[in-house]
Design a protein around this ligand. Structure first.
Ligand SMILES: *Cc1c(COP(=O)(O)O)cnc(C)c1O
Length: 356
């Protein structure tokens, strides 16, 4: 039986993506060859890469606006250093917004390249809210933020208006909600949270911001080289890119980001309403900053852990335990998680209440 998968990443993908990926592994495009054994330079795979890059821009409404989409290696974590390598001038400065573990990991890497100005941080309260009302200086090379805090369950609802290039790590909420994506100059996301299997990273770059750092950049870390090579500078992650394309096609067929955003909102409303109603559970983050992707909650009384754990497991739920730095539970509700799975969890929570 298929489980209700709340894993934070790698995570649930649409069932049809699993099916079509499996088909392609056995026989890709009726070619008599597996997707895993063809050249990345073959006509069929070049078409996959081209369509994936094009569709990513189309879904983000960035086509024809000076952006390029790349599928790179190294995860979001490699972007933590590719961004300063490409954007920060020698002896330069950058501004960072510290809203969680991943944001602070990005800061750590960027410090190797120049002066980092942390414009705001919620570390003082274990990243349980999104700081507001800060200013981003005009004399920095770029501003970096993290749209969704995967671990603590906060999400930036309003992005600041800045006069410098804005870079955003959208690993855990890309393609989940409508934003004015043209506000950003670089968007990056490890595939494995909302787009595909682990092994590739989507990077969307506004071309005009590149080539200004004055640094000599190693080829594999140079966005301009990857753009010129149409994301085939070296062998790309053939299978993850293909499976990502299938997810993007699924998203387009269901009506794009606007359609999935409605479903994501309905799922989040359903679960948060139960957390707030049920006296045996509590949320951990400031209500206005709650993430619609990663819902973090605790039991009021930890002594009930064994009972609750046995109940959700018996209901076919998987991947619910929280990150070790927060404890409790984390329900990751990415695009492909059906609302029926959320209802199963809510029913377990109600059932739990009646058993205590
Ligand atoms: C998971 C995650 C990362 C790390 O991604 P990798 O692809 O494993 O490097 C970075 N940022 C955010 C917001 C994440 O959720």
């Amino acid at each position: 039986m298929k489980k209700h998968n709340y894993s934070a990443g790698p995570c649930i993908l649409p069932q049809e993506v699993f099916q079509k990926s499996a088909d392609a592994i056995l026989d890709f495009n009726s070619s008599g060859l597996s997707l895993l054994e063809i050249s990345h330079r073959s006509k069929d795979f070049v078409a996959v890469m081209d369509e994936a890059r094009d569709l990513a821009l189309e879904l983000l409404d960035l086509k024809g606006k000076g952006y390029q989409a790349l599928f790179l290696h190294g995860g979001a974590s490699l972007e933590f250093l590719m961004v300063p390598y490409n954007l920060m001038k020698v002896n330069g400065k950058a501004a960072y917004f510290d809203t969680g573990t991943w944001a602070s990991a990005a800061i750590k890497e960027a410090k190797l390249f120049g002066e980092i100005n942390v414009v705001a941080s919620s570390k003082d309260e274990n990243y349980s809210y999104i700081p507001k009302g800060f200013t981003v200086p005009n004399d920095v090379d770029y501003f970096h933020c993290t749209s969704n805090n995967t671990i603590f369950g906060t999400q930036i609802k309003e992005f600041p208006n800045v006069s410098v290039p804005m870079v955003c790590d959208m690993s855990s909420d890309i393609f989940s909600r409508v934003l004015d994506f043209s506000k950003f100059d670089i968007i990056y996301a490890g595939a494995q949270k909302n787009m595909g299997p682990a092994g590739t990273t989507l990077v969307v770059v506004k071309e005009e911001i590149l080539g200004k750092s004055g640094r000599e950049i190693p080829s594999m870390l140079d966005y301009e080289k990857h753009i010129k090579a149409e994301s085939m500078f070296n062998t790309p992650a053939v299978f993850p890119v293909y499976a990502s394309l299938l997810t993007l096609q699924w998203l387009k067929n269901m009506g794009g980001i606007a359609a999935v955003e409605k479903l994501n909102q309905a799922k989040a409303n359903l679960l948060y309403a139960e957390i707030d109603r049920n006296p045996y559970f509590k949320g951990v983050v400031k209500v206005e900053d709650r993430s619609n992707m990663n819902v973090v909650f605790l039991l009021e009384n930890e002594e009930h852990t064994t009972l609750f754990d046995s109940m959700w497991k018996a209901a076919g739920i998987s991947g619910l335990p929280g990150h070790r730095s927060v404890g409790g539970y984390r329900a990751s509700m990415y695009n492909a998680l059906p609302i029926e799975s959320v209802q199963v969890l809510v029913d377990v929570m109600k059932d739990f209440e009646s058993k205590i």
